[in-house]
Design a protein around this ligand. Structure first.
Ligand code: EPU
Length: 420
């Protein structure tokens, strides 16, 4: 077990590169189930979640190698059409094997994901969609068992634009007979990237990047290669790292178009933002102004940046409100931030943050990825020493975050510990 030991108070300055997007890769890899052949994914982020997805696909019968940010997949046909509990409990995105396995093999057995660290995360939309496509779905001993001889195209209207349900439905529909229309589809860049990859594999998909996606079923797909898009949440987290320390940072190898909502809020908070084709530069001014945020589906402010924004607001010059409209309970970081001296009260799905002059170091821990990121950010400015426990959460979704922060001047060390 490891922890981060952070000596706060260093302004971050300099340049840092963003890695490939976790949530794009977690959809791209299961897409390889759809066709035999060889695949290469460049710019793959070296993350625990990537390893988890690889282990699951290897268990199902694929051959996969991962080195130097390159994942090579060889698929000669799956041997096991199942995602067992031990995989799904580690990573909910394992549910992504449901759509492609069912679509190609007419059968899939996937452990039902339970609640996650911050509350319920239902998958009803995934299941309703495959049922609309003609699959029978049964829940037996904690497993979803989906069956269909061949799926049939259908009209699917989501009441919520779910990222996961959109991806799973597209992957299920690529081989369905006839046309599938998805209305109120999610338009997150990761969904777009996965759909574009499926087109490279021979799928017929139109309306990509819009709320109306149409899929014309095909009889055959083939393997393809891809470069994973940059991780917009990692980019956002690094920008907030610069902002919270009142430093000047340039975040490179990112796509600024994917960061519009965050960049607008950073500007409102008094930072000067400059963008180029693949970089964002943030310059700090004297003050951090309080700015309210409400999370929304893309292109709104991402729920995956909510915790980090609260950290920034803890030292703003005044009071702000941060509302999470996507996950109403996603506030595990708040009590831990308060242990560092922040002044935050949560009522319903809103955190009321009163800016304080300074935070003070303490031992903190958290139960999920973005909450852990917010604690590291707070540690960067807390007076004295902050220890962040259970950093395996961070390793799930941030590639060597301590190395990137160190490069910008942070004093942060990964230290082995027995503490849990
Ligand atoms: N929802 C339902 N029913 C469903 C599916 C979703 O009610 O069947 C609701 C959820 O409860 C939530 C909303 O719809 O209120 C949106 O959830 P969505 O399905 O879009 O989330 P997801 O696909 O489970 C992905 C990311 C999350 C990110 C969310 C929201 C991946 C692997 N995960 O999850 O990423 O928070 O979209 O943008 O893409 C993270 O990276 O830290 C992370 C949690």
């Amino acid at each position: 077990m490891y922890k981060f030991v952070i000596h706060g108070g260093k302004k971050l300055n300099g340049e840092v590169e963003v890695s490939g997007a976790k949530n794009a890769l977690l959809g791209l890899l299961p897409a390889t189930i759809l066709a035999n052949g060889e695949y290469t994914f460049l710019n793959s982020p070296e993350l625990l979640d990537a390893q988890s997805m690889i282990k699951l696909l290897v268990n199902m019968g694929e051959e996969i190698e991962f080195s130097n940010h390159t994942i090579k997949v060889k698929n000669n046909g799956l041997k096991i059409l199942e995602a067992p509990y031990e995989f799904v409990k580690k990573m909910r995105a394992s549910i992504y094997v449901l759509g492609p396995t069912l679509s190609r093999y007419g059968y899939a057995k996937v452990s039902m994901p339970g609640g996650c660290a911050w509350g319920p995360r239902p998958i009803n939309l995934h299941l309703e969609a495959i049922q609309k496509l003609g699959a029978s779905v049964e829940i037996d001993q904690g497993y979803i068992i989906a069956k269909a001889d061949r799926l049939n195209g259908a009209k699917i209207v989501f009441n919520i634009p779910s990222v996961g349900a959109t991806v799973n439905t597209i992957m299920a529909a690529v081989y369905a007979k006839g046309t599938t229309m998805i209305s109120n589809a999610a338009i997150e860049p990761e969904v777009t990237a996965i759909a574009e990859f499926l087109v490279k594999m021979g799928a017929k998909i139109s309306g990509i990047g819009t709320k109306f996606i149409e899929i014309e079923g095909v009889d055959e797909l083939h393997s393809a290669d891809e470069v994973v898009i940059p991780d917009r949440i990692e980019a956002g987290t690094l920008l907030v790292a610069g902002a919270i320390t009142k430093g000047n940072v340039k975040v490179t190898k990112c796509n600024p178009n994917h960061l519009d909502a965050l960049l607008t809020k950073l500007t409102d908070a008094g930072f000067t933002i400059q963008t180029g084709e693949d970089f964002v530069e943030l310059k700090s001014n004297d003050k951090i102004l309080p700015v309210n945020v409400e999370t929304e589906v893309y292109p709104g402010f991402p729920t995956d940046m909510q915790a980090q924004w609260i950290s920034l607001m803890t030292i703003a010059e005044g009071a702000s409100e941060v509302t999470d409209n996507i996950y109403h309970d996603r506030f595990n970081h708040v009590p831990e931030l308060n242990r560092l001296g922040a002044n935050i009260i949560v009522k319903g799905n809103t955190a009321f943050v009163k800016g304080v002059e300074k935070l003070k170091g303490a031992k903190v821990m958290s139960t999920d990825l973005r909450a852990s990121a917010s604690l590291v950010l707070a540690g960067l400015i807390a007076e004295g020493t902050t220890e962040v426990l259970r950093i395996y959460h961070l390793d799930r979704g941030y590639e060597k975050i301590e190395a990137k922060l160190k490069k910008l001047g942070a004093e942060i060390e990964r230290v082995q510990t027995d503490e849990y």
